[in-house]
Design a protein around this ligand. Structure first.
Ligand code: CA
Length: 231
Protein backbone atom coordinates (compact mmCIF):
# COMPACT_ATOMS: atom_id res chain seq x y z
CA UNK A 1 0.00 0.00 0.00
CA UNK A 2 2.86 2.34 1.10
CA UNK A 3 4.75 1.39 -2.09
CA UNK A 4 1.77 2.37 -4.17
CA UNK A 5 1.59 5.74 -2.37
CA UNK A 6 5.34 6.36 -2.95
CA UNK A 7 5.03 5.30 -6.59
CA UNK A 8 1.98 7.60 -6.91
CA UNK A 9 3.92 10.41 -5.25
CA UNK A 10 6.90 9.87 -7.56
CA UNK A 11 4.53 9.88 -10.51
CA UNK A 12 3.01 13.21 -9.40
CA UNK A 13 6.51 14.70 -8.90
CA UNK A 14 7.56 13.54 -12.39
CA UNK A 15 4.37 14.84 -13.99
CA UNK A 16 4.62 18.15 -12.07
CA UNK A 17 8.29 18.56 -13.06
CA UNK A 18 7.37 17.74 -16.65
CA UNK A 19 4.55 20.31 -16.59
CA UNK A 20 6.81 22.97 -15.04
CA UNK A 21 9.46 22.35 -17.69
CA UNK A 22 6.80 22.39 -20.41
CA UNK A 23 5.33 25.65 -19.07
CA UNK A 24 8.84 27.06 -18.91
CA UNK A 25 9.40 26.20 -22.59
CA UNK A 26 6.01 27.63 -23.59
CA UNK A 27 6.57 30.83 -21.57
CA UNK A 28 10.11 31.16 -22.92
CA UNK A 29 8.89 30.81 -26.49
CA UNK A 30 5.93 33.07 -25.88
CA UNK A 31 8.25 35.74 -24.50
CA UNK A 32 11.04 35.28 -26.96
CA UNK A 33 8.92 35.27 -30.13
CA UNK A 34 7.32 38.69 -29.67
CA UNK A 35 10.56 40.18 -28.42
CA UNK A 36 12.35 38.94 -31.56
CA UNK A 37 9.54 40.36 -33.70
CA UNK A 38 9.75 43.68 -31.85
CA UNK A 39 13.48 43.78 -32.44
CA UNK A 40 12.93 43.15 -36.14
CA UNK A 41 10.21 45.77 -36.27
CA UNK A 42 12.48 48.22 -34.53
CA UNK A 43 15.26 47.38 -36.94
CA UNK A 44 12.91 47.71 -39.91
CA UNK A 45 11.63 51.06 -38.73
CA UNK A 46 15.15 52.43 -38.84
CA UNK A 47 16.11 50.56 -42.02
CA UNK A 48 13.04 51.42 -44.08
CA UNK A 49 13.32 55.05 -44.84
CA UNK A 50 9.98 56.79 -45.20
CA UNK A 51 9.97 59.52 -47.82
CA UNK A 52 7.18 61.66 -49.21
CA UNK A 53 7.12 63.18 -52.65
CA UNK A 54 6.64 66.92 -52.96
CA UNK A 55 7.15 69.65 -55.58
CA UNK A 56 10.89 69.61 -54.87
CA UNK A 57 11.32 65.87 -55.40
CA UNK A 58 12.48 66.39 -58.98
CA UNK A 59 13.79 69.91 -58.52
CA UNK A 60 16.30 68.63 -55.97
CA UNK A 61 17.61 65.91 -58.29
CA UNK A 62 20.88 66.56 -60.13
CA UNK A 63 19.76 69.14 -62.69
CA UNK A 64 21.51 70.74 -65.63
CA UNK A 65 20.41 74.04 -67.11
CA UNK A 66 18.51 77.08 -65.98
CA UNK A 67 16.18 76.21 -63.09
CA UNK A 68 13.72 78.91 -64.15
CA UNK A 69 13.10 77.35 -67.57
CA UNK A 70 9.67 75.75 -67.81
CA UNK A 71 10.61 72.80 -70.03
CA UNK A 72 11.63 70.01 -67.71
CA UNK A 73 13.27 66.88 -69.07
CA UNK A 74 13.77 63.99 -66.67
CA UNK A 75 15.77 60.89 -67.44
CA UNK A 76 15.04 57.82 -65.35
CA UNK A 77 18.25 55.91 -65.85
CA UNK A 78 20.31 53.09 -64.40
CA UNK A 79 24.11 53.38 -64.44
CA UNK A 80 24.35 49.62 -65.00
CA UNK A 81 21.93 49.47 -67.96
CA UNK A 82 23.72 49.30 -71.35
CA UNK A 83 20.86 51.15 -73.14
CA UNK A 84 21.25 54.02 -70.65
CA UNK A 85 24.99 54.07 -71.28
CA UNK A 86 24.34 54.29 -75.04
CA UNK A 87 21.63 56.93 -74.58
CA UNK A 88 23.99 59.01 -72.44
CA UNK A 89 26.60 58.97 -75.21
CA UNK A 90 24.32 59.46 -78.20
CA UNK A 91 21.02 61.22 -77.48
CA UNK A 92 21.96 63.20 -74.38
CA UNK A 93 24.75 65.27 -76.05
CA UNK A 94 22.23 66.40 -78.71
CA UNK A 95 19.72 67.49 -76.06
CA UNK A 96 22.48 69.22 -74.15
CA UNK A 97 23.70 71.07 -77.21
CA UNK A 98 20.32 71.98 -78.69
CA UNK A 99 18.21 72.66 -75.61
CA UNK A 100 20.12 72.81 -72.34
CA UNK A 101 23.05 75.02 -73.28
CA UNK A 102 20.72 77.34 -75.18
CA UNK A 103 18.54 77.71 -72.09
CA UNK A 104 15.40 76.18 -73.59
CA UNK A 105 15.16 73.24 -71.21
CA UNK A 106 16.53 71.86 -67.96
CA UNK A 107 17.52 68.24 -67.48
CA UNK A 108 17.30 66.10 -64.34
CA UNK A 109 18.47 62.57 -63.64
CA UNK A 110 16.65 60.10 -61.41
CA UNK A 111 18.30 56.80 -60.46
CA UNK A 112 16.66 53.53 -61.34
CA UNK A 113 17.91 50.52 -59.38
CA UNK A 114 17.28 47.47 -61.54
CA UNK A 115 20.64 45.70 -61.28
CA UNK A 116 22.81 44.25 -58.54
CA UNK A 117 25.28 47.13 -58.51
CA UNK A 118 22.81 49.92 -59.31
CA UNK A 119 22.59 50.85 -55.65
CA UNK A 120 26.34 51.14 -55.22
CA UNK A 121 26.70 53.33 -58.31
CA UNK A 122 23.63 55.47 -57.50
CA UNK A 123 24.58 55.92 -53.86
CA UNK A 124 28.03 57.19 -54.87
CA UNK A 125 26.41 59.55 -57.40
CA UNK A 126 24.03 60.88 -54.72
CA UNK A 127 27.02 61.56 -52.44
CA UNK A 128 28.76 63.47 -55.24
CA UNK A 129 25.58 65.44 -55.94
CA UNK A 130 25.40 66.50 -52.30
CA UNK A 131 29.08 66.91 -51.42
CA UNK A 132 30.58 68.20 -54.64
CA UNK A 133 27.68 69.26 -56.92
CA UNK A 134 29.91 70.97 -59.48
CA UNK A 135 31.58 67.58 -60.18
CA UNK A 136 28.31 65.66 -60.44
CA UNK A 137 27.91 65.55 -64.24
CA UNK A 138 31.58 64.77 -64.84
CA UNK A 139 31.28 61.90 -62.37
CA UNK A 140 27.95 60.81 -63.89
CA UNK A 141 29.39 60.60 -67.42
CA UNK A 142 32.56 58.87 -66.30
CA UNK A 143 30.63 56.38 -64.19
CA UNK A 144 28.59 55.41 -67.28
CA UNK A 145 31.79 55.21 -69.36
CA UNK A 146 33.61 53.13 -66.74
CA UNK A 147 30.78 50.60 -66.39
CA UNK A 148 30.41 50.31 -70.17
CA UNK A 149 34.13 49.56 -70.53
CA UNK A 150 34.62 47.33 -67.48
CA UNK A 151 31.15 45.69 -67.62
CA UNK A 152 31.01 46.03 -63.83
CA UNK A 153 31.44 48.39 -60.92
CA UNK A 154 32.71 47.74 -57.42
CA UNK A 155 33.80 49.85 -54.46
CA UNK A 156 37.34 50.05 -55.83
CA UNK A 157 36.06 51.34 -59.17
CA UNK A 158 33.87 53.91 -57.41
CA UNK A 159 36.81 55.13 -55.32
CA UNK A 160 39.00 55.40 -58.42
CA UNK A 161 36.34 57.58 -60.13
CA UNK A 162 35.82 59.69 -57.01
CA UNK A 163 39.55 60.37 -56.75
CA UNK A 164 39.82 61.23 -60.42
CA UNK A 165 36.69 63.30 -60.99
CA UNK A 166 35.69 64.88 -57.67
CA UNK A 167 37.16 66.69 -54.67
CA UNK A 168 35.64 64.24 -52.19
CA UNK A 169 37.98 62.41 -49.81
CA UNK A 170 37.55 58.62 -49.87
CA UNK A 171 36.93 58.43 -46.11
CA UNK A 172 34.15 61.03 -46.48
CA UNK A 173 32.64 59.06 -49.37
CA UNK A 174 32.66 55.82 -47.39
CA UNK A 175 31.13 57.49 -44.36
CA UNK A 176 28.45 59.22 -46.43
CA UNK A 177 27.50 56.04 -48.27
CA UNK A 178 26.41 54.55 -44.94
CA UNK A 179 24.30 57.52 -43.88
CA UNK A 180 20.49 57.27 -43.91
CA UNK A 181 20.15 60.60 -45.71
CA UNK A 182 21.62 59.03 -48.85
CA UNK A 183 19.55 55.86 -48.53
CA UNK A 184 16.59 58.26 -48.32
CA UNK A 185 17.60 59.78 -51.68
CA UNK A 186 17.40 56.34 -53.30
CA UNK A 187 14.02 55.70 -51.66
CA UNK A 188 12.82 59.00 -53.08
CA UNK A 189 14.00 57.95 -56.55
CA UNK A 190 12.13 54.63 -56.18
CA UNK A 191 8.98 56.54 -55.24
CA UNK A 192 9.31 58.82 -58.26
CA UNK A 193 9.67 55.79 -60.52
CA UNK A 194 6.50 54.30 -59.08
CA UNK A 195 4.66 57.60 -59.12
CA UNK A 196 5.37 58.16 -62.82
CA UNK A 197 4.90 54.53 -63.88
CA UNK A 198 8.44 54.19 -65.21
CA UNK A 199 9.27 50.72 -66.50
CA UNK A 200 12.05 50.43 -69.11
CA UNK A 201 15.37 52.25 -68.77
CA UNK A 202 16.15 54.76 -69.92
CA UNK A 203 12.78 56.49 -69.72
CA UNK A 204 12.44 60.11 -70.66
CA UNK A 205 9.78 62.39 -69.24
CA UNK A 206 9.18 65.82 -70.68
CA UNK A 207 6.99 68.11 -68.59
CA UNK A 208 5.38 65.19 -66.87
CA UNK A 209 4.75 63.02 -69.95
CA UNK A 210 6.74 59.85 -70.54
CA UNK A 211 7.99 59.46 -74.11
CA UNK A 212 7.38 56.26 -76.02
CA UNK A 213 10.92 56.06 -77.34
CA UNK A 214 13.73 58.00 -75.66
CA UNK A 215 15.98 57.29 -78.66
CA UNK A 216 13.59 59.02 -81.08
CA UNK A 217 15.02 62.53 -81.32
CA UNK A 218 12.05 63.76 -83.35
CA UNK A 219 9.69 62.73 -80.57
CA UNK A 220 11.94 64.45 -78.02
CA UNK A 221 12.03 67.69 -80.03
CA UNK A 222 8.29 67.59 -80.54
CA UNK A 223 7.70 67.18 -76.82
CA UNK A 224 10.16 69.95 -75.96
CA UNK A 225 8.79 72.39 -78.49
CA UNK A 226 5.21 71.48 -77.71
CA UNK A 227 5.82 72.56 -74.18
CA UNK A 228 8.19 75.40 -74.94
CA UNK A 229 7.52 79.01 -74.09
CA UNK A 230 5.98 80.81 -77.06
CA UNK A 231 6.87 78.01 -79.53
CA1 CA B 1 18.15 60.96 -56.89
Amino acid sequence: MGGIIIKGYKFIVIITTFLIVLCGIVIFNFNSTPSTATTNEDKDSTDVVEVELNENSIKDQPTLGDEEVSVQIVEFGDFICPACQTWNETVFPMIEEDYIKSGKAKFSFVNVLYHDDSELASLAAEVVHKRDPSSYWKFHDNLFRHIKKEREIDQEGIEELIKKHTDIAIEDLNEDMKKPEFARELELDKKLIKEHGVSPTPSLMINGTLLENPFDYEEIEKAINGHGEGT
